[in-house]
Design a protein around this ligand. Structure first.
Ligand code: MSP
Length: 514
């Protein structure tokens, strides 16, 4: 059974921003880890292309919604390829297979008696594509997230009978392993405990949406349509919704990784829709925190949006990946700070790891015929650095499936720091000048190079390009089918020719004006 993981399907109302990059990078790191751990992975990302917000944006640009969607969707695709995102599927909700699937799904839900007609009255936020709880018509509120005036709506809509699933959803969210991390669970439980209300799944007076079969004038509410994109991504050759086929293709998803803003849709509405359609529900929802920039919310009005394309051009993918994954506890909110970004990348990657590799390999080349030195009395698995390497490996294997990127990165860094200390304490540059020390020097250089090899291998899911450059410098190559074996202490082969050292990570200069 495949391990299926998903990013949200991003709205194409705007350019991709750092927030979407953040979620996608994290998913990519997890996907890469699970593949290296020999799971069959289906990594889904894509775009959510219907709804009022997108229609209005296309109008503003003087484009048809479809060509507007084509343009922005392509930008997402291009951006993901520039960030080396390893997705297996990129789904678009304007794909014709998707509308067929939505219709079939609707039929199943209708057959369960879960579609009723009703009147939806209230304040709507087009930015959130959601009705807000405030129903007092006299006071015109604004959306706390988008800081824009809400719009009053009074429509005949079709409703999904969410209230019928109160018990099932209560039980589901009561499980500790369904919503993670723990701090996101309680708010969902509180919401469910207040009583689930039916929600409208169609819109009238909107043309940019999928038509609801049998209900002329109605299009599907964008969230009803978008969540189903996860299934379309799996059944990308069309065909009917069939339990066995879905299972083979990778449903239920092992994990939906999303920002905390859209947790209700994934942890409540989506499972209820699936239960109604008689389909399995996702195994886990991870709601990560939000990024701010220098302590401030990023937004167009503040003019402080970080353009991911520029960031990539100026600093490269490794630097940004490392900073975001290593510095921010994934479940918590995090702040992008230029100064800290530069310092961490320079200290961790250029100095601690890059210099370690560079100087050790230079010494090995100088004193041992351009090659990996002999490792003296053989492979010592009880050597202090071997033990520390094993601790780093164990931590990475424990942390990454739990999306604890920070603790995995720190464990790898601790190994590099320990290798640096070993080098400094044993000072092979002094010992080599003394008589009869060559074997000891060889051994010290060997254990440090071997630790660096393990650092390089462990970095593969987090910063794949840097990992490759490190391994190249050690004349090694990642073997994606045998990563675990490669991680065994002693894999570096004495006598292997080492290439001329080149810096694996450039130091960053602080740049202004993004
Ligand atoms: N289209 C819906 C999702 C449908 S899923 C079936 C949507 N799209 S979105 O473009 O608004 O993307 C929201 C997601 O972008 C968040 O859940 C989060 O993953 C990411 N982020 C957007 N801004 C962010 C930050 N400032 N910080 C971190 N991630 C944020 O909602």
């Amino acid at each position: 059974m495949p391990y299926t993981l998903t990013t949200p399907l991003y709205y194409v109302n705007d350019q991709p921003h750092l927030g979407s990059v953040y979620t996608t990078l994290a998913c990519d790191a997890l996907a890469r880890f699970q593949r290296l751990d020999q799971l069959e992975v289906v990594f889904i990302t894509g775009v959510d292309e219907h709804g009022q917000k997108i229609q209005r944006m296309a109008d503003q640009k003087g484009m048809s919604p479809q060509s507007y969607c084509d343009t922005i969707s392509q930008r997402y695709r291009d951006l993901w390829s520039r960030w080396s995102i390893s997705q297996d599927r990129f789904v678009r909700t304007t794909n014709p297979h998707h509308s067929e699937l939505v219709e079939q799904f609707f039929d199943r839900v209708q057959a369960s008696g879960d579609i009723i007609s009703g009147r939806q009255i209230g304040w709507y936020c087009v930015g959130c594509e959601e009705y807000k709880d405030n129903t007092d018509h006299a006071v015109a509120p604004s959306c706390p997230i988008h800081q824009k005036a809400l719009e009053w709506r009074d429509e005949e809509n079709l409703f999904f009978r969410l209230s019928r699933y109160q018990n099932e959803i209560e039980q589901l969210v009561a499980q500790d392993d369904f919503i993670t991390p723990a701090n996101r669970r309680q708010e969902v439980r509180n919401f469910v405990a207040r009583g689930l209300r039916d929600f409208s799944i169609s819109r009238v007076n909107l043309s940019w949406g999928l038509p609801v079969p049998g209900h002329p004038g109605h299009v599907f509410y964008v969230w009803f349509d978008a969540l189903l994109g996860y299934l379309t991504a799996l059944l990308d050759d069309g065909g009917s919704i069939n339990l066995n086929r879905l299972k083979e293709c990778g449903w239920p998803a092992s994990i939906h990784i999303i920002g905390k803003d859209i947790i209700r849709f994934h942890a409540i509405f989506w499972p209820a829709m699936l239960l109604s359609a008689g389909l399995p529900i996702p195994q886990r929802i991870f709601g990560h925190g939000f990024l701010t920039r220098e302590g401030q919310k990023m937004g167009k009005s503040l003019g402080n949006i970080l353009d991911p394309g520029l960031l990539l051009n100026q600093y490269g993918a490794d630097a940004v990946r490392w900073y975001l994954l290593r510095d921010i506890q994934f479940g918590d909110d995090g702040d992008f700070q230029q100064q800290r970004f530069t310092c961490l990348v320079n200290n961790d990657l250029a100095n601690t790891i890059g210099n370690l590799l560079n100087r050790t390999s230079s010494m090995a080349r100088k004193w041992f015929n351009d090659s990996v030195p002999p490792n003296g009395i053989g492979i010592q698995v009880d050597h202090d650095l071997a033990v520390k390497a094993q601790t780093a490996i164990d931590t990475v294997f424990r942390s990454l499936p739990e999306l604890e990127f920070k603790s995995a990165a720190e464990a790898i860094l601790r190994l590099a720091i320990a290798a640096n200390s070993h080098l400094n304490n044993t000072a092979p540059w002094n010992r080599i000048k003394q008589p009869n020390q060559i074997d000891g020097v060889a051994e010290d250089l060997y254990v440090v190079l071997e630790s660096t090899r393990i650092v390089g291998l462990l970095l593969a899911p987090l910063v794949p390009d840097l990992s490759e450059r490190i391994l190249n410098q050690l004349a090694c190559k990642l073997d994606s089918k045998n990563w675990k074996d490669q991680l065994r202490w002693g894999g570096l082969i004495t006598g292997t020719k080492l290439p001329k050292p080149v810096p694996v990570m450039q130091r960053l200069e602080i740049m202004k004006d993004h």
